[in-house]
Design a protein around this ligand. Structure first.
Ligand SMILES: *Cc1c(COP(=O)(O)O)cnc(C)c1O
Length: 437
């Protein structure tokens, strides 16, 4: 064949991110971003690359790759070397996750907790202090308080709803403590909304407080990381509000089908690089099959989250006036003006995970849960199916009573994650389960 158009094109196409000056939306980019079919026999979807290692073109290319991986040459790896470092499905996933949060770079992990632990380890040295909002996901709180403390990393926490003044005070305390211990303030770590209270953190106030305490852009300024699992990436984009690193349990809304466990972080390359180096050493990258499933999930992310959010609004409207419901902890029905102000500045939707306080105590809450027919009794959230659980008796059972009381985790607080079922079917289910209480 001599016709040029008949010979296979070997160079991949440049990615299309804009059309006529219009920046394409994540929902559009999820179908192809980061993958060119030309590289995979024209396959419209990326194959799952089950390979542990990658063949170098020649020895010099091998040397160049390793110079990048080890940091001898700035700029990082410019090709794939070994699957503990990275591989095609994971790279495509990282590119697509970056799109959702408007991040320069992203890293994926085998679980949300792997992402959190590797990230914190990458930033902490003996003597350092971590400042965090509270409450955190129990395992995150445990990693800081029980594991990092073994390496002489200490922590100070502030309540999720804290004001700028309170955050200023805690940062001053943290600086003094770090100085005393011969370390630095290593990271400000947030989780918003907090679980199970749904209290929101004022990310902009944290950013302003950090800049005031350390100097804007100063080398000694700690990065602000935030666990955005409950609202992200659709309803809250923390990088737009002053956070440096956004953290996910992809197990939840991003995966969205309760069939995988994975995690990620995203942000500017300079914040990702130290974590990438430690991930290269420790491992903990997610596997190719999980990465492929997540790419499939991201194609429907907006559809799923939008539907779940609409369903939650309808279910909460029904629950709000129900005589057997004491109150709701739902971001679409906030009664505190300061929390409402944070919500208005940071969030574009109320999510589909909320708390419903059943009138009575554990016995009444148990009867409600045990009578649900559509909603499944399970921990976790963000899946296509509606889930319900009782934190005081399940996820937060080991939290000391006085801390539970302080956080408002009562025996009648039922945690709900609404899925994408028919909303009227869900309301019928809630109605009959409440009737049985
Ligand atoms: C589930 C969860 C995690 C942990 O993620 P895994 O994927 O289970 O390791 C961390 N933070 C929040 C807010 C979560 O809901």
């Amino acid at each position: 064949m001599t016709d040029d158009s008949m010979t296979p094109r070997r160079t991949p196409k440049a990615p299309i991110e804009t059309i006529g000056g219009r920046k394409l939306k994540p929902s559009t980019l999820m179908m192809g971003h980061g993958f060119d079919p030309v590289l995979s026999e024209g396959s419209i979807k990326a194959p799952i690359f089950l390979t542990s290692t990658f063949v170098f073109e020649n020895s010099a290319a091998g040397k160049r790759h390793f110079e990048g991986i080890t940091g001898k040459r700035p700029g990082g790896a410019d090709g794939l070397v070994y699957s503990r470092f990275n591989a095609p499905n994971q790279e495509i996933l990282e590119d697509r996750l970056s799109v959702w949060d408007g991040a320069e770079d992203a890293l994926v992990f085998s679980s949300g907790m792997t992402a959190i632990c590797v990230m914190m380890l990458a930033y902490c040295a003996a003597g350092d202090v971590i400042v965090h909002s509270g409450p955190l996901y129990a395992a995150s709180e445990g990693f800081v308080a029980k594991t990092l403390s073994k390496f002489n990393v200490s922590y100070l926490d502030f309540p999720a709803g804290a004001s700028r003044g309170e955050i200023d005070t805690i940062l001053e305390k943290a600086k003094a403590l770090a100085e005393k211990q011969g370390g630095k303030v290593a990271m400000v770590y947030l989780e918003s909304p907090a679980n199970p209270t749904n209290a929101l953190v004022d990310i902009e106030a944290v950013r302003d407080a950090r800049d005031a305490a350390f100097g804007k852009g100063a080398d000694s300024a700690p990065p602000i990381a935030i666990d955005n699992t409950f609202l992200g990436p659709l309803w809250q984009r923390p990088l737009d509000h002053g956070a440096d690193i956004v953290v996910y349990s992809l197990t939840k809304y991003a995966g969205g089908h309760s069939d995988l466990v994975a995690g990620s972080i995203a942000g500017a390359k300079k914040w990702m690089d130290p974590v990438r180096a430690l991930r290269n050493t420790m491992g903990g990258i997610c596997d190719p099959n999980t990465a492929w499933m997540l790419c499939r999930s991201l194609e429907t992310l907006e559809l799923r989250m939008a539907r779940a959010g609409e369903n939650a609004a309808k279910v909460c409207a029904f629950l709000k006036t129900h005589p057997k419901v004491e109150k709701l902890g739902y971001l679409g029905m906030i009664d505190d003006p300061r929390q409402q102000d944070i919500y208005d500045r940071h969030c574009s939707g109320a999510g589909s995970t909320f708390s419903v306080f059943i009138k009575g105590g554990e016995a009444e809450a148990f009867r409600f849960l045990d009578n649900m027919k559509i909603a499944k009794l399970a921990v976790s959230l963000g899946g296509t199916e509606t889930l319900a659980s009782l934190p005081a008796a399940m996820t937060h059972l080991s939290v000391p009573d006085e801390r539970k009381a302080m956080l408002g985790i009562t025996d009648n607080l039922v945690r709900i994650s609404i899925g994408i079922e028919d909303p009227d079917d869900l309301i019928a289910d809630f109605e009959q389960a409440l009737a049985a209480v």
